[in-house]
Design a protein around this ligand. Structure first.
Ligand code: SER
Length: 316
């Protein structure tokens, strides 16, 4: 990787991935593709920023030509809860946007990283120890776009030789940028509220187990996969990756070890609950471990300790 574009650079993952990429590959070699949300000073002061709307193929094409990118981390996407509210927008961004990125990558010889998600599974998937290759019949627009995206990336690799790679991210927990309308957002908000108010009202019910991951591991997954020896990759796109599985009670218990007075209440949102019920409780990520050495660092206790330390300074 010499010259890298990150779309969705202001988003939850993008805002942190870009700083790590700039550290590794040089500030001027990593361009932040931004759209709608204005980038903060951290992004603009540390390297180039360009307006990139992935649904506008001409604009995308001219930015990729201008910098002669060899790699695109395509993170611009609509998350699950927003996609249920605005299915049309989700289709346009998640499918047409990805299609444009793949076409530009094909024409200009770029490798492409695209995140899929636990949302690519559905009720008929085995939800415990969910295999890498299994039934995928999601019941959400987000899931439909994620499955189609996985297939499209596979197609561009097989048909045109575009070096496409990707992982199925679980819920991502981070302390820099808030997620934008996902089903797993509670697992971020709970830490902010624990610091601010020592209590939190959760929109998913007790016993809702989902795969989760702390941001440093999510970044590691993306970069490690893009740097992996392609000869060893059998799957390429949509690798299951996870680091922990918990329900609201378990994350609350880990917070209570550090903030004993913390109280968890529930006010279940039926839309988010239905989405969560159709997603895996825990995925099997052994193929990622075997094919490219996926080896995460944070478990729930280590993540909680770090989140509370960082946020208590940030929210002072
Ligand atoms: N965190 C995402 C969401 O909840 C899952 O990919 O939409």
């Amino acid at each position: 990787m010499q010259k890298i574009l990150v779309t969705g650079a202001v988003g939850q993952i993008g805002s942190e991935l870009i700083m790590e990429l700039r550290k590794r590959y040089g500030n001027n070699n990593v361009v932040a593709g931004v759209h709608r949300t204005q980038p903060g000073e951290k992004l603009t002061n540390s390297g180039p920023c360009e307006t990139v709307d992935c649904t506008n193929v001409e604009q995308l094409n001219s930015v990729v030509k201008k910098y002669n990118f060899d790699t695109i981390y395509h993170l611009a996407a609509i998350l699950s809860a927003v996609a249920e509210e605005k299915p049309n927008l989700a289709w346009n961004v998640n499918i047409n946007g990805l299609y444009n990125v793949l076409e530009v990558a094909r024409e200009q010889g770029c490798a492409v990283f695209t995140p899929s998600s636990i949302g690519a599974f559905g009720e008929s998937t085995p939800l415990d120890n969910t295999p890498q290759d299994t039934i995928q019949r999601p019941s959400t627009m987000y899931g439909v776009t994620k499955v189609a995206g996985e297939l499209l990336c596979d197609y561009y690799f097989k048909r045109f030789g575009v070096d496409t790679r990707g992982v199925r991210y679980p819920g991502i927990i981070s302390n820099e940028t808030l997620p934008g309308g996902g089903t797993t957002d509670y697992a971020v908000e709970i830490y902010y509220e624990a610091i601010k108010n020592k209590k939190y009202t959760c929109n998913l019910g007790k016993g809702t187990y989902l795969d989760m991951m702390y941001m440093p591991d999510a970044i590691k997954a993306a970069i490690d996969l893009m740097e992996a020896d392609p000869a060893k990759l059998k799957h390429r796109n949509a690798f299951n990756v996870t680091t922990m599985s918990f329900d609201p009670e378990k994350i609350a218990a880990s917070i209570k070890k550090i903030i004993p007075e913390f109280v968890l209440n529930y006010d279940v949102d039926p839309v988010r609950q239905a989405i969560a019920n159709s997603w895996p409780n825990s995925m099997d990520d052994s193929d990622a471990r075997e094919e490219w050495g996926w080896n995460p660092e944070y478990d729930l206790e280590a993540m909680t300790k770090d989140m509370l330390e960082v946020l208590s300074k940030k929210l002072k």
